[in-house]
Ligand binder design. Structure first.
Ligand code: SAH
Ligand code: SF4
Length: 354
């Protein structure tokens, strides 16, 4: 059963017509959905209508089941889906507005060597309403409404590969951008991809100008394939060509994510290879020190190594900054909290995450 949050305003109007109730109920339901309220909180809805609706469509797509507060105002959420699956997200306060990191799939099938999300493979795609539901739930949880938003920016960097769930993600972008609802525009949304080149081109052509972030992590096919199996299907040359196309088509620079992994991609030569690869491309490099994942056995690098990596890039005219790894104290890295939760469930213990 879908939730109200999967419906756009037109579809909701059609549903209301089908149920044979007056048109203005569509506005009430839409407002309820955008506030992440339950039917039973909709005091303006007749009880009989609430009961009728419960048999047709769920009121909310996700439910917050755990909230972990870390340093610097960061919150980590675990959300429960209607089928019992768990996904996670991170809320990050910033000076210019608060950012929510959302998941797009339960698990992921890309199998990157350093990532916790891919460990159990892909379980399933999220619906557009389940992606939107994370935004609406976190907005409410932090005291926001659609009119007075707390969540002003969204990054598609939680678990899952957004471009592997392309249609639902595009639909989500339309739903979340609707000014009648929470109205977050594509300019305030970053989509991070492991480099599905064909879909990157499709996205450029979609006319939805999100900020595109590409997880590169290495500048030669040998090194990248070792970290990211997807590189065998979409090697670096194709990823860069698609990124160039995105810049041409949208007029916006592309961000490259590069996680520094000890012994894999973090020496001087790797920095020089990266600089050569990105020369002349309108882009920025976000470096991040690898967040070690228990199951993976890879580690990050020293602060000195980060500094010298950045200085090589800068000396070659590539702009680069170190991304603060927010929420490290609350298993902030992609997929880690869910893994911990599942591990504890498997071991039969109670989650100590809360
Ligand atoms: N699937 C998409 C988006 C989700 S992952 C993608 O891969 O881009 C979001 C970002 O977190 C990616 O850049 C990913 O490479 C990075 N990431 C995953 N695990 C990490 C870890 N253990 N340490 C640092 N970055 C990690
Ligand atoms: Fe999937 Fe992204 Fe994790 Fe790779 S880094 S396994 S693409 S979520």
């Amino acid at each position: 059963m879908d939730s109200l949050q999967d419906y756009d305003y037109q579809q909701l109007s059609a549903l209301v017509a089908e149920l044979g109730v007056p048109k203005f109920r569509a506005d009430q339901l839409y407002s309820l959905a955008m506030r992440h309220k339950s039917y039973d909180e909709g005091s303006n809805l007749p009880v009989a209508l609430r009961e009728q609706l419960k048999g047709v469509v769920r009121d909310r797509a996700v439910e917050i089941v755990e909230r972990l507060e870390g340093k610097d105002g960061v919150k980590k959420y675990l959300y429960l889906l209607a089928d019992g699956n768990i996904i996670e997200g991170v809320y990050m306060p910033h000076r210019y507005g608060d950012t929510l990191c959302v998941s797009t799939q339960v698990g992921c099938r890309m199998g990157c060597a350093f990532c916790a999300s891919g460990i159990g493979g892909l379980v399933r795609n999220l619906t557009a309403g389940e992606i939107l539901g994370q935004v609406l739930a976190a907005n409410r949880d932090n005291g926001g409404t659609p009119e007075k938003r707390k969540v002003t920016n969204v990054v598609l960097m939680g678990s899952g590969e957004p471009l592997d769930n392309y249609d639902n993600v595009i639909r989500f972008l339309k739903l979340v951008g609707d000014p009648r609802g929470i109205g977050i525009s594509p300019r305030n949304i970053s989509l991070s991809t492991s480099g599905l080149a064909d879909r990157m081109i499709e996205l450029a052509d979609s006319g939805i100008p999100v900020v595109l972030t590409v997880s590169l992590h290495a500048a030669t096919d040998r090194k990248r394939s070792a970290l990211m199996p997807v590189n065998r299907k979409y090697p670096i040359a194709r990823v860069i060509e698609a990124a160039r196309y995105y810049v041409r088509k949208t007029g916006r620079r592309v961000i490259f994510e590069y996680a520094l992994v000890r012994g894999e991609n973090s020496d001087r030569k790797s920095a020089e290879e990266l600089a050569a690869l990105l020369k002349g491309l309108n882009c920025h490099v976000n470096l991040i020190n690898l967040n070690p994942v228990k199951e993976k056995g890879l580690s990050g690098v020293s602060p000195e190594a980060i500094k010298s990596f950045i200085s090589v890039l800068e000396s070659k005219g590539i702009s680069a900054t170190l991304r603060r790894s927010m929420g490290g104290d609350v298993e902030g890295a992609c997929g880690q909290l869910r893994r911990k939760y599942l591990r504890q469930k498997e071991e039969g213990g109670q989650s100590d995450a809360g």
